[in-house]
Design a binder for this molecule. Structure first.
Ligand SMILES: [Zn+2]
Length: 202
């Protein structure tokens, strides 16, 4: 993927917290640091990127780009990919970003999220998995794609807004016998995302 230099430099500003927000450029002064778009909160990078109403459209584009990247890589790896199908369940309707199926019967529900690191990547990962890992959805997905519901897995593609993948802690967790079972879904996520990225999740 080629990235224009004009955009690339902003990636680093995001990663190191150097976006020229009012809070950064006004450090040490008493100037008003409220967001220039919504005027409601201090204009920090986290507010601008993750919360401000003015950037809502960008967040939607970002999420969709992550989903499209995953879908394209999975198709490239031989998966049959369904995007944003609405599963009408008894109590509610759920629309996972992707359902990926392999001819031999593997089936994975994938939902992507770009979250604040402050809320905890692992917690966000597990919350998302809990949302979709429910018997009625697994049965509906299994019935639609002709796979055993017990074979349907749920993966949350969880990335911080600075670009850190949730799976960074998997290796250290793998060494902990006490948390081995608990970390299993993240192992699966990491394996899947590694296969998609071709270079491994960080
Ligand atoms: Zn704002």
């Amino acid at each position: 993927m080629s990235i224009p230099a004009a955009d690339y430099r902003h990636y680093h500003q995001v990663r190191i917290g150097a976006l020229p927000t009012w809070v950064r450029t006004g450090r040490g002064s008493t100037v008003d640091k409220s967001c220039r778009a919504c005027a409601e909160l201090a204009e920090t990078p986290a507010h601008v990127v993750q919360m401000c109403l003015r950037t809502h459209g960008g967040r939607v584009l970002r999420h969709d780009a992550v989903v499209e990247l995953l879908a394209a890589r999975l198709r490239n790896k031989g998966w049959i990919v369904e995007k944003e199908h609405l599963y009408q369940l008894d109590s509610e309707a759920l629309k996972p970003d992707l359902v990926a199926v392999r001819p031999e019967g593997a089936c994975v529900i994938i939902d992507a999220q770009v979250v604040s690191a402050a809320q905890g990547l692992r917690g966000a990962f597990r919350a998302k998995v809990r949302k979709y890992e429910r018997a009625d959805l697994l049965e509906a997905v299994g019935a639609r794609h002709l796979v055993n519901p017990e074979a349907v897995e749920v993966v949350a593609c969880t990335i911080s807004w600075r670009g850190v993948w949730c799976c960074s802690s998997v290796e250290e967790q793998r060494d902990s016998r006490a948390s081995k079972v608990e970390s299993y879904p993240e192992d699966k996520a990491m394996a899947l995302l590694r296969s998609c990225s071709g270079r491994g999740a960080q």
